[in-house]
Ligand binder design. Structure first.
Ligand code: B4P
Length: 194
């Protein structure tokens, strides 16, 4: 199994690059943002709770997203590997993920971390908000809150995988294709080494 975390702040290109990466490497894409939006669209109790937090720019509770990932891992046992997009977002989620993968006798091969300046993030998300219909994208102060949450709660996740020497930083500014090539180069290198 080859398991990869695509890491970065909101708007750094995780969702955009994930789509291209799963088409090329045939990994199972697990995006907690997509899973939560699907609960919201289905108007489940979990979706209603998640929406009220996401609309303010806050993270959803750890136990909710860990539960979603745990059942997604169980229902995709035949996958040749997983691409985690937007997960883990807290140290608690990272520890839970490591344990869930260890139970399946596998682990994270690499974390690719996209670096993008705050001004570029805000610009991209406001632009997406013009057409996406996402209520967390069309308000400058909600976007800034998401970035604050990221700096406070999510950056320690990278430190966790840095200690394990699994983090590679990638410049997330440039064209989508340029960034995709940089990601593929690192994945190919890591796959060869495994
Ligand atoms: P997510 O759905 O994970 O999404 P995101 O952070 O908004 O952005 P992403 O990084 O995927 O977007 P992309 O850059 O591709 O999270 C939404 C919310 O869900 C969170 O705020 C949180 O509340 C909740 N949540 C999700 N996971 C959670 C977890 N594990 N724990 C707790 N809460 C959780 O796209 C952004 C825009 O940039 C697009 O319009 C794209 O076209 C554009 N773009 C991409 N690449 C570009 C480039 N190179 N140049 C110019 N524009 C580019």
């Amino acid at each position: 199994m080859f398991n990869l975390i695509l890491f970065g702040p909101p708007g750094s290109g995780k969702g955009t690059q994930s789509e291209k990466l799963i088409a090329k490497y045939h990994l199972k894409h697990l995006s907690t943002g997509d899973l939560l939006r699907s609960e919201i669209n289905s108007k489940t109790p979990l979706g209603l709770e998640a929406k009220s937090l996401m609309d303010k720019g806050y993270l959803v509770p750890d136990e909710v997203v860990i539960g979603m990932i745990s059942s997604a891992l169980d229902t995709n046992l035949q996958a040749k590997g997983f691409l985690f997009d937007g997960f883990p977002r807290t140290s608690t989620q990272a520890e839970a993920l490591d344990k869930l993968l260890a139970l399946k006798k596998t682990s994270i091969a690499v974390m690719l971390a996209l670096e993008v300046s705050e001004e570029e993030l805000v610009k991209r998300l406001l632009k997406r908000g013009e057409t996406s219909g996402r209520s967390d994208d069309n308000n400058d102060s909600v976007i800034r809150e998401r970035i604050t949450e990221y700096n406070k709660k999510t950056t320690p996740v990278a430190d966790h995988y840095k200690e394990l020497e699994k983090v590679i930083m990638i410049n997330g500014e440039g064209s989508v294709d340029e960034i995709f090539s940089a990601l593929c180069m690192e994945i190919d290198n890591r796959m060869k080494a495994d």
